[in-house]
Design a protein around this ligand. Sequence first.
Ligand code: ADP
Ligand code: MG
Length: 281
Amino acid sequence: MLTLSGVTKRYPTGDRALTDIELTLPKGQVMALIGPSGAGKSTLIRCVNRLVEPTQGSIRLEETEITRLSGNALRQARRSMGMIFQEYALVDRLTVMENVLSGRLGYVGFWRSFLRRYPQDAVTEAFRLLERVGLPHAIDKRADALSGGQRQRVGIARALLQSPKLLLVDEPTASLDPKTSRQIMRLIRELCAERGLAAIINIHDVTLAQQFADRIVGLRAGEIVFDGLPSELTSEILTTIYGEEDWDTTPEPMDDDVSDDSISHPPYAREVPGLAAGGAR
Ligand SMILES: Nc1ncnc2c1ncn2[C@@H]1O[C@H](COP(=O)(O)OP(=O)(O)O)[C@@H](O)[C@H]1O
Ligand SMILES: [Mg+2]
C-alpha cells in the first residue's frame, strides 16, 4: 500500500539523511524501523507525510504519488496517515477530549475548529476511541494532568480519529518506562490488527521491535542494511546496524525489565550487553 522508491534526502546543511531508499509496505503490516540515532528514521517517516521534502525519489500511497501533491490534495493525503510522536504533542491546557478531537481539524474546517465545534459523529467516535485506549474516565482532565503513558494513549486516539490507512509512529516509547512501553506497543499492535492498518514504527529498542513488529528494517547512515523477520535479526546483523563501538558503551541490562515474565527475550538479547534493557541506540 506504501512504496518508496529511490528516496533520497539531503538537508540544506549538506547532511545526507537518506540515500536511495527502496521500501514496500503491504496493507496491514506493522514494520519497525530500527537504527542508531541519526540513522535517518525520523527523516524517512517525515518524508512519507511530507513534513520533510524528499530531495529525490517517489513515494506512493496506494494510487497517490505523495511527492507531487500540494495544497488541498496534500492535506487530504495527510489525513490518511496518522502520526504518533515521542513527545505526544498534546496541547497541555486542553482536555483529553479536546486533544483527541483536534485529530479531526483537517475535516471540520478552520472556523468550526477555531470555535471548537465538532460534529456529533466525531465526538461519539472520540468517546469510543478513548474507551478503547483505556481512558474512559479521563475525558475531562487537562492533558498536563496525565502520566506519560496516558498522554501517549491520547496521542494514539487522536491519530486514529482521522481514520487513517497508515500509522507513522516516531519513537512512541522513548519517554516511557519499560513496562508502560510494552503496554503502549501492544496497544498500537492490537489497534493495527483490529483496523487493518499498516504502520511504520521508529524505535531504537530492539527487543520491543522484535516483540511487536511483523517485520524489521534496519537503517544505518541513511541506508537500509537489514530487511527481514524479527527472528532473522542476529547479533551480527545488529552489529552491522548499530556498529561495533556502540555495544561497548551500552549500559548493563536492568533487572526490572528482564524479570517481567510476560515477555520473552530472544536468546542473543542476553549476549549483547544492554540489549535486553533496550540500551541499543
Ligand atoms: N532539520 C534538519 N536539518 C539538517 N539536518 C538534519 C535535520 N534533521 C535531521 N538532520 C540530519 O539528518 C540525519 C538523520 O536524522 P534523523 O532522521 O533525525 O535520524 P534518527 O531519527 O534516526 O535519529 C542526521 O545526520 C541529522 O543530523
Ligand atoms: Mg528520530
